[in-house]
Design a protein around this ligand. Structure first.
Ligand code: GDP
Ligand code: MN
Length: 380
């Protein structure tokens, strides 16, 4: 998993790597001038598109604003920008730095050697592959298994850059901290390009590129952090419900991923559009069913609900109890279609008789096809 620049910079802070301080904003505030005016900006500021692709600078995704007017102008421009096919939905408003010199610094797993490589170059800010092609003697590489001595890192830096020892010392300290970050976060790559020397003699990370091994548990915490998932999806994760939000207006709940997908296909066959995928799983108890209904109906786009249960280990009476509990608590009035088949279906249907008092728009069907057809027709 690739991290956003702002996420990488948060890690830098945690590991004591000097970096710029920024404010992350979201496309939702693009026209919120009250909010934008409230931001306490110290001009000039740098606006940096947050997309998980490189070469943003060259693609026009990074702008320096010297005043409020420029800031608003660039903000609009960037939020309308697509970089290598990726839309800009987040911008990091970053501290502006006066750059004296740009370096390149990274740790990478070398798959062929099964080792970690430390790479350093005094020619930063540009594509490192270009440097490797044109000036290979300006790149220093150090291979090691897991442990490395400080002096090895220092020598590696000195091989290509020895002008200012105060700067070398700062780079060395940053490299060692980045290596801790790299190891403790199951990284495949941790890259700072550019690492800059400022006009007042400080070395700091101006950009970050972090890739975490997809097999690592660390990636879980970022999926939750990922702003691309909706509030409801975030809540579903916490409650351990298998929920995916979609664009349509028909809420779908079923047991078993295969059955839920089939239900969605049938709805689409009858020209309806599913608002979500929700699988209550095998053997779901009443409280889980109730929670699932509440979750699906939090999406304001949902105009009708189709519950399709084929009981095996899941018992229809438990499902029915959950449905009653949900509708007793919140008097949902939207049209509702229910198909209950399988284990304990008679008991389940018995319990559901009560639902007619709670919702006068409920329909019971015997097959999934019938249900899909019914729920679509209720919306037309
Ligand atoms: P990338 O193009 O996606 O790798 O984005 P970077 O964050 O590396 O930025 C590209 C270039 O923009 C850098 O190499 C810098 O030259 C420039 N840049 C970014 N932030 C600043 C800043 O605060 N001050 C100045 N002067 N230049 C910056
Ligand atoms: Mn960069």
């Amino acid at each position: 998993m690739n991290l956003y620049e702002y996420q990488g910079k948060k890690l830098f802070e945690k590991y004591g790597i000097p970096t710029t301080k920024g404010i992350l904003i979201d496309k939702t505030v693009e026209n919120d001038y009250v909010y934008l005016n409230q931001l306490n900006l110290n001009f000039p500021v740098v606006l940096k598109s947050q997309v998980k692709v490189g070469g943003r600078g060259k693609a026009g995704g990074i702008k320096v604003a010297h005043n409020k007017d420029e800031f608003i102008k660039y903000l609009k421009q960037l939020f309308n920008l697509t970089i290598k096919g990726v839309k800009v939905n987040k911008i990091l408003i970053d501290e502006h730095v006066d750059i004296e010199k740009e370096f390149y610094l990274s740790f990478i797993i070398d798959r062929s050697k099964n080792q970690i490589v430390f790479i350093f170059s005094p020619l930063g800010g540009v594509d490192i592959e270009e440097v490797a092609q044109n000036e290979p003697d300006k790149i220093s590489k150090l291979f090691f298994d897991y442990e490395v001595f400080d002096f090895q890192i220092r020598d590696s830096i000195l091989r290509v850059y020895g002008k200012r020892l105060d700067v070398v010392k700062q780079i060395e300290a940053i490299a060692l901290r980045l290596l801790n970050l790299f190891r403790e976060n199951d990284c495949i790559l941790a890259e700072i390009n550019p690492l800059v020397l400022t006009k007042d003699g400080k070395v700091l990370a101006l950009d970050s590129k972090i890739i975490i091994d997809d097999n690592s548990e660390i990636v879980d915490q970022y999926e939750e952090d990922d702003e691309e998932i909706s509030e409801i999806e975030r809540e579903a994760k916490i409650k351990n419900l298998a929920y995916v939000e979609l664009d349509g207006d028909i809420g779908i709940i079923g047991n078993g991923a295969g059955l839920v997908m089939t239900t969605m296909d049938l709805v689409s066959l009858y020209k309806g559009k599913a608002a979500n995928f929700l699988d209550v799983g095998g053997g779901a108890r009443a409280d889980k069913v109730k929670e699932s209904i509440e979750l699906v109906l939090k999406n304001p786009k949902v105009k009708a609900l189709f519950i399709n249960i084929f009981g095996g280990i899941t018992r229809c009476d438990e499902v029915a109890k959950g449905i009653i509990q949900a509708f007793e608590q919140k008097k949902y009035s939207l049209p509702l279609v229910i198909r209950l088949e399988g284990t304990n279906k008679e008991e389940g249907r018995e319990i559901l008789n009560k639902l007619k008092e709670l919702n006068n728009n409920v329909f019971f069907v015997d097959t999934a096809e019938e249900g899909a057809n019914k729920v679509v027709s209720l919306l037309n």
